[in-house]
Design a protein around this ligand. Sequence first.
Ligand SMILES: [Zn+2]
Length: 290
Amino acid sequence: MRKPAARAFAAISTSFSGKAIPMRISRVLGTLFLGLAVCASLEAQQLEKKKRKLLCIGDCKGFQHDSASHAMATLWKLGQESGMWDTYIRTDTEWLTKKKSNLGYNAKNIDFFDAVYFFTTGELDMDNEQKAALLAFVRDDGKGFIGQHSATDTFYQWPQYGEMIGGYFDNHPWHRQVRIRVEDREFPATKHLPASFEIFEEIYQFKSWSRDKCRVLLSLDVASVDLNNPVVRRTDKDFALAWVKTYGKGRVFYNALGHREEVIDRPDMQKFMLEGVKWATGLTPGGKSF
Ligand SMILES: [Zn+2]
């Protein structure tokens, strides 16, 4: 009796010679297609299992950025198109709690999510339990925190928040065309960027910030601005514009860019945010070497 492989070869030879495909080979092909379909279905299930949940907070108790809606809608779109996360957009902080007692009416609490994103301003309405919940979510649960633009212009009265995000806004000396240096091109969110690029944007300056406590991704090329601007306060001339850091077990990704909607629309900046969310939510491994 011939071995199965020899039988299959004979069957394929038969089909190549123009004769009808025997029943046996059609069964083999049927099994093969069924196997591929099962594999594709398993892959889809695994992808669905890995799919992250992102809670975007657009609460604002200070300057009202038009671009906040634009940024959150863009994150929603990036999650939809990539299939990597679902985005829940809120303009309040109600879900930033670990309490389970108020989960009626399909409400969620922070434990439902893999990362929280802030495009916020000022002292938000969060009580002590909510503040502790947000810190524990990142520090103890190993989840992600993503801040954009005025997320550092938020919670000056809550120093642990400043410590988590990495610094506080200290005015914006420039709003013009500038050159940005891509300091770290090894990080997943910067691999697609050139060594430097130009952008027209409002440029932040930070206080209570040190590059020793984070991994700087983008910074201002100071040759592209006037350092005699009266608002400039950093004597070290160090103007980081995006960084990552760890906070306990969790991952923090901050991007100071995003004042202008056309900045958010740039494909290179959308790729930056896409990879930033993937990293912060643990979809991209590594990056813990700081
Ligand atoms: Zn702004």
